[in-house]
Ligand binder design. Structure first.
Ligand SMILES: NC(=O)c1ccc[n+]([C@@H]2O[C@H](COP(=O)([O-])OP(=O)(O)OC[C@H]3O[C@@H](n4cnc5c(N)ncnc54)[C@H](OP(=O)(O)O)[C@@H]3O)[C@@H](O)[C@H]2O)c1
Length: 323
């Protein structure tokens, strides 16, 4: 598969490395707002062509685009790429609004193109291991996920700068960046909730720096916490009446184990490098392109929409706004 890339941050490099490693993918072009940034990224990642005009980039000689720009740009850039006949894998959150996602899913289907969210959880083979383990811990009545990761941009924010991640104009903030990693497995493992509660802590910039949400089901309660202003050291737990599943990272599904009620612990999976997990995204995406009727593609489209709808509800309840 020949890709073009939008965005020149570290995550784009991680996707390129993973896709090359796992799938032998080719990277033909990069789009950047500036020649300087584009040329630096192209040299570092051995990419031939640099575009600074997005419309020219859209006509480039590649089949698929990986989009890793700030969230606010995902919709318009994905739309342009789909209209130009490119398959699209776009970083999370795939769009800001669920209505935008529905529109672009319809556009992609009409043009016979693949359009998916680059979310590690849905492409990770450990997702099946987790589902197996969940079937073995008895009745589950409570679940707690946490994604608290002290932002590398927080020192700049404290110095008075406004990094993109804390700028609501770009539809960023903690829920959109980290909370989404809790919403995905909750809906994928347990379905849509009956009721949602949520609240957020806001920074002076107006961005949510941390937050919490509760998803209530007939038979269980799932709670999340997420923060960009502090670092989690305890991880995630799924509580069954016959055992507990511990998960170090809910985004990567690494270092997972089952602890029986007698205290015996059994590993489900250990560590997996981030590049490998990103490579799995490329592998799944390329598989969908080869076979658009792949059942997992249909699941991913539905799950992305459900997640986007629940994220919108959490934003509304918490008062998270992007104007
Ligand atoms: N999967 C993961 O683990 C993971 C990790 C991190 C981020 N992400 C996702 O990846 C996306 C990018 O995140 P990031 O932290 O890399 O973002 P970022 O650094 O703020 O921006 C990414 C790139 O977009 C361009 N850009 C920056 N500000 C812009 C603006 N105001 N208008 C237009 N373009 C702008 C820049 O490239 P040029 O200057 O070269 O144009 C920059 O390198 C987000 O959607 C995020 O959620 C995913």
């Amino acid at each position: 598969m020949r890709y073009g890339v939008i965005g020149t941050g570290w995550i784009a490099k991680s996707f390129i490395d993973g896709a090359r490693q796992i799938c032998g993918s080719e990277f033909a072009a990069v789009y950047s707002r500036t020649q300087e940034s584009g040329s630096r990224f192209a040299a570092e990642n051995k990419i031939e062509k640099v575009y600074t005009d997005i419309n020219e980039f859209a006509k480039g000689d590649f089949d698929a685009v990986y989009i890793a720009s700030p969230n606010r740009l995902h919709y318009e850039q994905s739309k342009l790429m789909l209209q130009s006949g490119k398959h699209v894998i776009c970083e999370k959150p795939i769009t800001v609004e669920p209505e935008e996602l529905e529109e672009l899913q319809t556009l992609a289907d009409a043009k016979g193109l693949i359009y998916v969210e680059a979310i590690m959880y849905m492409f990770n083979p450990a997702r099946d291991l987790l589902k197996d383990a969940i079937g073995k811990i008895g009745k589950i009545t409570s679940v707690h996920f946490d994604f608290s990761q002290l932002s590398s941009k927080y020192p700049a924010y404290k110095r008075g700068e406004l990094p993109n991640i804390f700028n609501p104009a770009l539809a960023t903030g903690c829920l959109m960046d980290l909370g989404i990693y809790c919403v995905y497995p909750a809906l994928d493992l347990f379905g849509m909730p009956n009721k949602i509660t949520a609240c957020a802590h806001f920074m002076e910039s107006g961005a949510d720096g941390s937050g919490t949400a509760g998803l209530l089901y007939d038979d269980k309660l799932i709670t999340f916490t997420y923060s960009k202003l502090g670092q989690d050291r305890l991880g995630n737990q799924i509580f069954g009446d016959e055992g507990t599943i511990k998960i170090e990272s809910i985004s990567k599904l690494i270092n997972m184990s089952v602890v029986a009620n007698n205290g015996t612990e059994k590993e489900i999976i250990g560590d997996v490098p981030k590049e490998t997990l990103m490579g799995y995204e490329a592998r799944g995406f390329e598989r969908f392109i080869a076979n658009p009727s792949d059942a997992h593609y249909q699941t991913m489209k539905q799950r992305a929409l459900q997640v986007s709808q629940v994220m919108k509800q959490i934003r509304e309840i918490s008062g998270i706004k992007f104007e």
